[in-house]
Design a protein around this ligand. Structure first.
Ligand code: ATP
Ligand code: MG
Length: 405
């Protein structure tokens, strides 16, 4: 994180202290700072009531005033400031019925999910750590604050957060915490799909993606996870279903791999839709899976070049990566990157005629034939059969046009 953001946070702590309140950095910022990992957001907790915070700073946004959160804009940087609070109720297994403000940081830390997330860091570098978070960081353990069973009963999402942190940090899950998840796995059904998906994405996108899959299986969460349950049903959770997901670098590639490896290519859209992923993301995964299938049919150079023209190099390279991991070896004689370098026409707009030229010269109505024919001409140029020159392209078009209508 940029130093300027950290400085903004410190200036907020300083202003709160000067006004007679106590204030600390809390949550992920403390954890990641102590681990020397990149921090990406910054949370401040304070004894000041929300209305006092509002009064103290010039520029504030009342983000979640009822829950004690306001956003202070310090030197142009937004900093979330939350009044120390405790929570009760949780009758629906996901949200507290009531929150109330408390005076001490220790009380606030008690409501937090895991020991490594329940530490506070002050302006002078002092660490408040009532639950042994620093020791758990050192040992590499995710452990619930207090009684794991009760904490997961309050908020079932914590079970998935636990898995997600284990995958991101490469930590073990403490025994009682793990067995509490196993016992309460079914209560994940109370959690909204969007929140489940947000945690799952972080787990699959982490440095331990294979573990994300084995953990949802091992804990018994899988039958209750929308979409994923169908993907991993019948055999996806067996021990021998070893995965090499960490060899793929993007979330799209990893999802695509799962569908290909499970032989559930036709499930891409229903599964990803059920998890409420965005349309563009679903399309990217579906395209990747479709292109992997083309690789599976051992395409020749000309077919590969056509794929690159049609979809662009990036998408084909992505599918090639998935295919390579799936097949366990460099699968084709020619690597797409090398083939791409050799292509005279890399993008369709490099062809010296366009769709309008074709329609005019051939006196035909527009239709899918235009794009198909343009692709064919580009392929022929790349194969060295014709020149990329308007006259040559049009005479070739006249010869082959009947194949495209
Ligand atoms: P990251 O931002 O890297 O995802 P984080 O730990 O900062 O990780 P946030 O979701 O930003 O996670 O939450 C900030 C802090 O709020 C957490 O560190 C934790 O102390 C607390 N917290 C968040 N969600 C919960 C929850 N469901 N139950 C209890 N405490 C929570
Ligand atoms: Mg955070």
């Amino acid at each position: 994180m940029e130093q300027r953001i950290i400085d903004a946070g410190k200036s907020v702590l300083q202003a709160l202290e000067t006004a007679g309140h106590s204030a600390y950095f809390v949550g992920g910022y403390v954890r990641d700072t102590l681990l020397k990992r990149a921090v990406h957001d910054l949370d401040v907790a304070t004894s000041a009531r929300p209305e006092e915070v509002v009064r103290l700073f010039d520029k504030v946004i009342p983000t979640g005033l009822a829950h004690g959160t306001v956003t202070v804009v310090a030197g142009g940087v937004p900093v979330e400031v939350t009044t120390y609070r405790m929570e009760t109720g949780y009758q629906d297994h996901r949200r507290p019925d009531q929150v109330f403000f408390v005076r001490s940081i220790e009380q606030d830390l008690a409501r937090r999910d895991f020991t490594i997330n329940a530490m506070a860091l002050g302006l002078r570098g002092e660490i408040i750590d009532p639950y042994g978070g620093t020791e758990d960081l050192r040992r590499g353990i995710i452990r619930a604050v207090g009684e794991a069973e009760a904490r997961f009963q309050e908020d079932a999402l914590r079970m998935l957060r636990c898995l997600r942190f284990a995958c991101q940090l490469g930590f073990a899950i403490e025994e009682r915490t793990l067995s509490a998840i196993k016992r309460q796995a079914q209560s994940i059904k109370y959690i909204a799909v969007e929140r489940i998906n947000a945690e799952w994405r972080k787990a699959l996108d982490s440095s331990g993606p294979d573990r994300a899959v084995s953990l949802v299986c091992e804990t018994g969460l899988i039958p209750y996870l929308p979409g994923l349950n169908r993907l991993l049903a019948d055999g996806g959770c067996e021990k021998e279903a070893m995965l090499p997901l960490s060899r793929l670098s993007t979330l799209v590639e990893r999802w695509a791999y799962l569908f290909v490896a499970r032989g559930k290519q036709e499930e891409v859209e229903p599964v990803l839709r059920e998890l409420r992923n965005e349309k563009a993301f679903i399309r990217a995964c579906a395209e990747t899976v479709a292109l992997v299938n083309v690789f599976c049919q051992s395409p020749d150079d000309s077919k590969l070049q056509l794929m690159m023209l049609e979809y662009g190099f990036e998408k084909v390279a992505r599918a090639y990566a998935v295919y390579g991991v799936r097949s366990g070896e460099e699968p084709l004689a020619v690597e797409p990157g090398k083939l791409y370098e050799k292509m005279e026409i890399k993008k369709m707009n490099e062809l010296l005629i366009n769709g309008a030229d074709l329609q005019k010269a051939l006196e035909r109505k527009p239709g899918p034939w235009v794009r198909d024919l343009l692709l064919r001409l580009a392929r022929d140029v790349n194969a060295g059969q014709i020149l990329n020159e308007p006259h040559a392209l049009l005479s070739r078009a006249r010869v082959v046009v009947d194949e495209y209508t």
